[in-house]
Design a protein. Structure first.
Length: 68
């Protein structure tokens, strides 16, 4: 279970980074839809950050209660 949580944490952090990159790219490109797209990506990034924080908390709890 510990390895699964570690992998999920890494995936969540990578998803946050990718979403941030897409948001920055959207702002850089500009255009009519840039503000709307950027806002949606920002909301998605915040949600992904919340998931990553929850996974980090679960991982720390798991490692503290199931330490070898």
């Amino acid at each position: 279970m510990g390895n699964l949580i570690d992998i999920l944490i890494l995936v969540a952090i990578l998803a946050v980074a990718v979403t941030l990159g897409f948001g920055l790219w959207s702002m850089y490109r500009g255009g009519e839809q840039a503000a709307s797209r950027s806002n949606k990506l920002m909301r998605l990034r915040v949600a992904l950050q919340a998931v990553a924080i929850v996974l980090l908390c679960v991982g720390m709890w798991w490692k503290s209660t199931h330490a070898g």
